[in-house]
Design a protein around this ligand. Structure first.
Ligand code: ZN
Length: 280
């Protein structure tokens, strides 16, 4: 069933664990994520990132995401990831998305507040929840980043608290040592910072760039207050590896054989990620 972000984050809070949020810029990825969540019988968040508009338009994948969420046997939140402008946020909401993330993190503080505030006002009309970001989680899916580049972009706990108050958001994406995409060097998470931000803001925290963080560090971050982890790159790459392997081993004639092999491998990877997020 289609549910709100606050509902799934509340269930994570009750269980003191974390919900996986997966970008699904293809039907194969969407199927893999929902199959894994149903297998584990746990809530899940599926997301469409505005930067994936060029891979697949929200007009195409959005209605499929909403329909599959409604039909799912488990609670599913359908969410916009890294919304960049009001028009796109509005499009997601009008398609029936139950939550949106607006990313004004590269803007000066006051402008970030203004943009985020406009989104929280708009989301209210649709009864949808809002995540926003302060501090910058750098990187982009599909490129490799050096973790040393990001230390100056960490979220300041006091400013984060002010931001939550000024905007009325439901969840906060904080920069605590992760980057998007693949890591060039081992990430170093700032656990004290996570605890302090959680303490001062009082809202569920979101960690972006979940791929490539060790099980130990991921679970420590969850114990410090992370309630949603955005995880994409490793899952997507698991699909690529499966397709490569199949092409090396067999003389494949039909595309759907590649698609199905990718779905199976990505489902396995999501099962693994969900177990880690559930502190299993
Ligand atoms: Zn992100």
């Amino acid at each position: 069933m289609l549910v709100s972000m606050n509902q799934v984050l509340k269930s994570a809070e009750d269980r003191q664990c974390c919900i996986g949020a997966f970008d699904t810029p293809s039907l194969e990825i969407l199927m893999a994520v929902l199959k894994a969540a149903e297998k584990r019988n746990e809530p899940v968040i599926v997301q469409h990132a505005q930067l994936h508009e060029c891979e697949i338009p929200i007009d195409v994948i959005g209605p499929i995401m909403v329909r599959m969420a409604e039909d799912a046997l488990i609670p599913v939140c359908v969410m916009l990831d890294h919304g960049e402008d009001i028009a796109y946020v509005k499009k997601a909401l009008s398609l029936g998305f139950s939550a949106v993330m607006i990313d004004g993190s590269s803007l000066p503080y006051e402008e970030n507040v203004r943009l985020t505030r406009a989104v929280t006002d708009l989301a209210k009309e649709y009864n949808a929840d809002v995540e926003a970001e302060i501090g910058i989680v750098t990187g982009h899916e599909g490129r490799v980043y050096d973790i040393r580049d990001v230390s100056e972009a960490y979220t300041e706990p006091e400013l984060a608290a002010r931001f939550v108050k000024d905007t009325g958001i439901d969840a906060l994406a904080a920069s605590v040592g992760t980057v998007h995409g693949f890591y060039a060097t081992k990430p170093k998470l700032d656990f004290e910072r996570i605890k302090r931000i959680r303490e001062l803001t009082g809202v569920p925290l979101v960690m972006h760039g979940g791929s490539g963080v060790s099980v130990e560090d991921t679970q420590m971050a969850i114990r410090c207050g992370i309630r949603k982890i955005n995880y994409f790159s490793y899952m997507s790459n698991a699909g690529v590896k499966a397709v490569k392997k199949l092409l090396e081993e067999q003389d494949v004639k039909y595309f759907h054989e590649l698609a199905n092999a990718a779905i199976l491998a990505m489902e396995e990877d999501v099962l693994h990620a969900m177990a880690m997020f559930a502190l299993d």
